[in-house]
Design a protein. Structure first.
Length: 287
């Protein structure tokens, strides 16, 4: 894993994507610090982090699009599979390399509250708690986009898929507010989600029987529950979207609340999508 990490980390600074990622993150950090903290007179760096979270939507796909897709396109993944490495070593090495690229600008930004303390009172506990959540939010988004890269051989398609998924994640609470809270709407929305999950299973296994079984496992219980007690579904899909929103959970830290459940959720998302990426790579290895 260490060899994969070193190779990937160096590659991000040989093809400029690492420099572009860090430059954009620090550029927007400087813009928001100037606009929010210096000009408006707010000493709390948390407000800057809240505004900056949207930047992840545009820059993380640039960082992750080549992680797996480039290996598949150039067929160098076959060379990796021939080495005495586990799939988990390959995926974790690549993920940790991207995490290190993210950690560099975050480490630089961690000095901003010390500078801002010269202009007002800075609550360091709330500020650095928000910094930790900001880093884990970025790590969760990287894991999601890495899985998107594992689904295709094209870096462009991987970037577009990643941007679309992150945009939906950012707008999730707004989308939830537009969806009617009736039971029938929630029921059909969950059926659509079940079909999408079955499609992902098919992409990972290329086995239609397994995909159909996965769809049946989701759809049949939902149908039975709706038949016997449809009132359970009233507002359920809205509540589910709000609960799963990655960006909304970050808001608690902006208001000075150290939300441990949000940190656990981010870590769970990271583990889940790394697992899916491993399964996708494993399928490719034996296909």
């Amino acid at each position: 894993m260490a060899a994969i990490f070193k190779k990937e980390f160096k590659a991000y600074f040989m093809n400029m994507s690492g420099y572009v990622f860090m430059a954009f993150l620090l550029l927007f950090a400087g813009i928001y610090v100037t606009a929010i903290n210096l000009k408006s007179g707010y000493a709390s760096f948390e407000y800057t982090l809240s505004s900056m979270s949207m930047v992840f939507i545009f820059i993380i796909p640039i960082l992750t699009m080549r992680s797996i897709a480039e290996e598949r396109h150039s067929r160098t993944d076959q060379l990796l599979y021939s080495l005495p490495l586990r799939v988990s070593d390959i995926v974790l090495g690549k993920f940790l390399a991207m995490l290190a690229v993210l950690a560099i600008p975050v480490a630089i930004m961690s000095g901003y509250p010390l500078i801002l303390s010269a202009f007002g009172t800075v609550h360091y506990t709330a500020c650095y708690g928000a910094m930790l959540a900001f880093f884990l939010l970025g790590a969760a988004l990287i894991a999601i986009c890495m899985f998107m890269s594992a689904l295709t051989e094209s870096q462009i398609i991987a970037a577009v898929l990643s941007f679309g998924v992150l945009l939906v994640a950012y707008l999730m609470s707004g989308i939830a507010s537009l969806i009617p809270s009736t039971a029938i709407v929630s029921f059909f929305a969950l059926i659509v989600v079940s079909i999408v999950l079955a499609a992902i299973v098919w992409l990972l296994t290329k086995n239609p029987v397994v995909a159909l079984v996965a769809a049946a496992i989701c759809i049949i219980p939902l149908s039975l529950l709706y038949y016997f007690n449809s009132s359970v579904f009233a507002g359920l899909f809205q509540e589910l979207l709000n609960t799963l929103s990655l960006f909304d959970r970050f808001d608690n830290f902006i208001y000075g609340i150290f939300d441990v459940t949000a940190l656990v959720y981010y870590i769970s998302v990271i583990v889940f999508f790394l697992f899916l990426t491993m399964q996708s790579v494993e399928k490719r290895r034996w296909s």
